[in-house]
Design a protein around this ligand. Structure first.
Ligand SMILES: [Zn+2]
Length: 389
């Protein structure tokens, strides 16, 4: 024990002496020179600043001098002419960034010079936006596409401080961006794309939400409430919530399960647009966008935003959400009885080509008893049910 301590101490001393030697080596033999150099640099920077100040002073002068007699003007002009070229340089360097990247927050619907500046900056990265000062869907798409390529950024289509800093990095060549690879354009341009629609009846019990039918970002269901059922956690999290109509149906189903001797647990219900966006971004950065798309919904494309969905699970699989749930007592019972309470297994086995999602025996969607029973007994999906009506 003691010898261990001792050898540790020796190593520490050895390291310390190394550091000291390194410091001595790094310091020049004439340390005063170094500090002088620094001062010189500072001075030159100061000089630059002064020149810039002079420039603005000159501008002010010019403004006020317009009314002065021409003779006086001439004198001034000649005295200032000699450093005109320098000033020009400083102007180009100094104001370039300001010109490119406006400060502040810009989002959908904003108009004006700042929007134009941002559009120009994005075009410098390779986007081909019309610089019209109008922040429409195409510009939102470009912002999102850029954000999707920077893991630290939220993909919200809003130009803010973080986005500005990273656009700057990309312009400076510190960050590589490939326009069009962050998001697929079709998926993000909700309006006037043939294979992507904004759900027009988001509050309908039968609202169809999938990769081709997206909920508006602003949609938040009314009457969200915590169903009185078992959860494997005690915190009061938003994901406990469901719309009242679905929450009471879930309670009836859990009570029936209790009587039948199965112990269902509710794991995840309502999820906001923003939360879904964060989840997808995290999955995409871990597994890649394409893979993430197979099991994780993009914002607006998740049924959890409807408040009509609950993921259920069992203690037998440690409250996880995976296909093993189908083989638990709870999973088997749910498959058989959920439709009586208005729920369907939304992503059934073998229907991926229709639903767009892998088999999820745990993901229950409330659609009302009539539709649920029809879908269950005919072994079809919600897509097919709505198409056949
Ligand atoms: Zn789910």
């Amino acid at each position: 024990m003691l010898s261990k301590k001792f050898s540790f101490l020796m190593v520490l001393i050895a390291l310390l002496s190394l550091v000291i030697t390194a410091c001595n080596q790094g310091g020049s033999p004439e340390p005063t020179d170094e500090s002088d150099q620094e001062e010189t640099t500072e001075n030159s920077e100061e000089t630059k600043d002064n020149t810039e100040n002079n420039k603005s002073d000159k501008d002010k002068k010019e403004e006020t001098e317009k009314d002065k007699p021409s003779s006086e003007k001439k004198n001034n002009d000649s005295s200032e002419k000699q450093d005109d070229s320098d000033k020009q340089k400083i102007e180009d360097d100094g104001s370039a960034n300001e010109k490119l990247l406006p400060v502040g927050t810009l989002s959908y619907g904003d108009k004006g010079e700042k929007v134009s500046m941002m559009q120009e900056a994005l075009n410098r990265l390779g986007y081909s936006l019309t610089v019209d000062g109008d922040l429409g869907w195409t510009t939102v798409w470009a912002i999102k596409d850029f954000q999707a390529q920077v893991p630290a950024l939220k993909i919200d289509g809003i130009y803010g401080e973080g986005t500005r800093e990273n656009i700057q990095k990309a312009i400076d060549g510190e960050l590589e961006v490939n326009p069009g690879t962050g998001l697929e354009k079709n998926e993000e341009q909700n309006d006037n794309e043939k294979n992507s629609n904004v759900v027009s009846n988001p509050s309908s019990i039968l609202a169809l939400v999938n990769k081709n039918n997206q909920l508006p970002a602003s949609y938040v269901p009314k009457n969200l409430t915590n169903p009185n059922v078992r959860f494997p956690f005690t915190e009061d999290l938003p994901k406990k919530q469901m719309r009242e109509v679905a929450a009471s149906a879930l309670e009836r189903m859990f009570n029936a399960g209790d009587k039948a001797g199965v112990d269902l647990f509710a794991q995840s219900g309502y999820r906001s647009y923003d939360r879904q966006q964060a989840i997808f971004a995290a999955n995409a950065s871990e597994h890649g966008r394409e893979a993430a798309n197979q099991f994780s919904a993009q914002a607006g494309e998740s049924e959890h935003q409807t408040g009509l969905t609950m993921d259920v699970t069992s203690a037998d699989i440690n409250y996880r959400l995976n296909t093993k749930f189908a083989n638990t007592d709870e999973g088997e019972w749910v498959k058989k009885h959920a439709s009586k309470y208005g729920f369907i297994i939304r992503y059934p086995k073998g229907k991926t080509s229709i639903t767009g999602y892998q088999y999820e025996p745990w993901h229950l969607r409330y659609i009302g008893e009539k539709a649920a029973k029809y879908i269950d007994s005919n072994n079809i999906t919600l897509e097919q049910y709505l198409g056949s009506q």
